[in-house]
Write a protein that binds this ligand. Structure first.
Ligand SMILES: [Zn+2]
Length: 258
């Protein structure tokens, strides 16, 4: 005797209808498993919760973002980077490639940006006060010198500008922990085994250098002079529900309540 399919077991793990901040559509958010950070996708644009959190914060705090001069470091060409490249009046993408002179422009006709600039985030060739917004998505857990990187970002921001970033704060209330360091030009892993995330320009992946805690806010503020806030969102109608999707904003001009 055949059994009827069990709708609970045969359907997706979770689904919810709502509006996707990343693509702007009325949509369904569907998760195939319990780890929503990776699995809770918009069926229309395939965005993940951290993408939707970033765009929601961007549109709430910078509703005129289309008209701003934006630098995005190391875009992975998810829906967020695609929209920034296509919709911002003035968008510059940069990638780190030690084999190419920093400051060089690389033609990339298949990428949404059409060309990108080769830059070391820790020692940029951009002039002071070049940008209204600098955006990094899950980049700061991969840099060896986050103090230099955030200082450089602050230098390249115009007065009144801001940096917007996602970064997985895996340690939460525990102190941040360095996983890997550069010693005499060589990578030394301080925590075994080394951990890698996807890298848009390398199949080897990007080494995780720091497991951040919430102390990242004070750290970035101390090294940049920017005024930081950390935003945590839980709003399932926007498809924003997951662990490790905090969004940080660092304002160049101090804001009154900070
Ligand atoms: Zn979407």
């Amino acid at each position: 005797m055949s059994e009827k399919p069990n709708p609970v077991l045969s359907g997706p793990f979770f689904q919810h209808t709502g509006r996707c901040p990343a693509c702007g559509a009325e949509t369904t958010f569907v998760a195939e498993g319990p780890y929503f950070r990776n699995t809770l996708k918009c069926i229309k644009c395939k965005s993940a919760p951290r993408h939707r959190a970033l765009v929601h914060v961007l549109s709430q705090y910078f509703p005129n973002w289309h008209s701003l001069k934006v630098h995005e470091s190391s875009p992975g060409w998810d829906i967020v980077s695609q929209r920034l490249a296509q919709e911002c009046r003035d968008y510059t993408a940069s990638q780190f490639d030690p084999n190419i002179p920093f400051g060089d422009l690389i033609e990339a006709p298949t990428m949404p940006c059409k060309r990108y600039r080769c830059e070391n985030l820790e020692e940029q060739t951009f002039q002071d006060q070049s940008f209204d917004l600098v955006i990094t998505q899950d980049v700061f857990e991969h840099v060896f010198h986050p103090d230099l990187a955030i200082r450089e970002i602050a230098r390249t921001l115009k007065p009144g500008g801001a940096t917007l970033m996602t970064v997985p704060i895996v340690r939460k209330s525990k102190p941040s922990r360095r996983r890997a360091a550069l010693v005499a030009g060589k990578v030394v892993n301080l925590v075994e085994p080394p951990e890698f995330h996807g890298n848009p320009i390398s199949n080897e992946g990007a080494l995780v250098t720091i497991d951040w805690g919430f102390d990242i806010v004070g750290y970035l503020q101390h090294h940049s002079g920017l005024s930081f806030i950390m935003i945590q969102i839980d709003n399932i109608d926007l498809g924003i529900r997951a662990d490790l999707i905090e969004v940080l904003i660092g304002f160049k001009t101090p804001i009154p309540y900070l």
